[in-house]
Write a protein that binds this ligand. Sequence first.
Ligand code: HEC
Length: 493
Amino acid sequence: MALCTPALALDLSEHEQAGKRLYREGISSSDAQLQARVGASDISVPASVLPCASCHGNDGRGRAEGGVRPPSLDWQRLALAQGERETNSRRYPAYSDASLAWVIRSGIDPAGNRLDPAMPRFELSLADQRNLTAYLKRLADERDPGVEEGVLRLGTLLPESGPLAEAGRVVRAVLEDGIAQLNQQGGLHGRRLQLITADPGFDAAGTARALDTLLAQERVFALIAPLAPWLDSRALAQAGVPLIGATPRDGGSAQVFDPLPGLPEQLLSVALHAREALGLAPDALQVVYAGDDQAAAAAALHQRLSQLGMQPPPVQAFDGQAVTGEGILYLGRAQGFSELAAALQAQGRQPYLLAASAQVAGSLPGLPAQWSQRLLLAYPFVPGDWTAEGRAALAGVQQRQGLDASHAALQVNTLCAWRLLVEALRQVGRDASREQLVNALEQLHDVNTGLTPALGFGPGRRQGLAGAHVVAVSLPGPGFKEVAAYHAVPDTP
Ligand code: HEC
């Protein structure tokens, strides 16, 4: 899969670019080596050892920790806002270009207060000072949305009415619980986390509007665990906003990190088991799908089967008619699965039916007993994956949020997405950018959730798991028995 990251870089003029080098690296636009005078005794050190960014942050937001804090260098705060400012017990009026140059040179603010000597004094040429000022005026534009002085804003899309409303309430409860827990411990890198929810409604237009609200108005930094069947992956990619949660139906992108395996990977696990344990011939597995929205996943599955050395016949679309094959790999909704089983029965046939539990679980109670042991399902995780710690974490959320176990799978999915996001945000540090978040997610390996096999991503790898457990279903009941533990399906070029 070719993954491309949209260009997130800001257009900076030549002077601003030079100012950025000075700000970040302490390097002059001329050959001169810049000096900084440090501390009460004015010791001279190269500015490259102590660039502005090392104290005020790449994002210029300053630091929340410590005693005398390097303040935010937001131009709005420094120069544009009306009235007096107060920082580290100094009170002073707005900076102008001239008084800014003066404070950097002398450590004296526009009210004549002496700054704490923790702020070095810099000898800058006129040109360097101009470049630096020009860059400070642009610094705020270089930040990604949603990263404020004391708040990091996250967004999600959850339906408030209709068939997904109950699931939406579950996801919201799990996310709000995670945020409350984290904020109670002081947040992340000095920021509180905030969740903004928008309702995607029932169609593509409603989803596009809700996404626009989150990105343009609410200016969220990243999306977490949305429940939005019409989410358009191109719109996500265009906005360059990272998403941690289920891959949109129309496909993934470089910005989308799905904790769980996609349908093709899940079904491959079942197919490999069928070949090895049931001895099905390489050409006996027929890919069948119901519903146009499944065609792409069916084609991807067919291709992966061929790459793994099987010879599947061409994909079939199920339209109520007969299908062939000794083993049928089904993609589609529960309703279609029931119809497929009925059509096969009418034909007097009883092939193995292989499917993903997430798609067909709803049809199991209605299936006749003759399908017992002919049904093999993929599960990304099973209760056997749950450690004592994982169970306690899940029980804690349920108890605090008044949730029962009826949406346990959704609760686990959401917890996993949350865990991965928090883990990556921790690694990114305070200067959070979307690009860094994507890089940090890419670096996550062997994340133990206590509720699933270990999760991880990689360059070009956007699914946290690369396979599934295989579970045999007995009927009536239904009863479940794991017949193959999770293992990653081998990668193919
Ligand atoms: C070693 C850490 C450090 C470095 C490096 C540093 N600063 Fe500071 N800066 C501080 C501290 C601490 C303060 C707060 C001093 C105070 O309030 O008394 C400060 C204050 C300032 C202020 C005053 C803001 C206000 O609201 O009054 C400006 C402007 C500023 N720094 C700009 C810069 C620039 C530009 C650079 C790079 C050329 C830079 N600083 C490098 C630590 C640093």
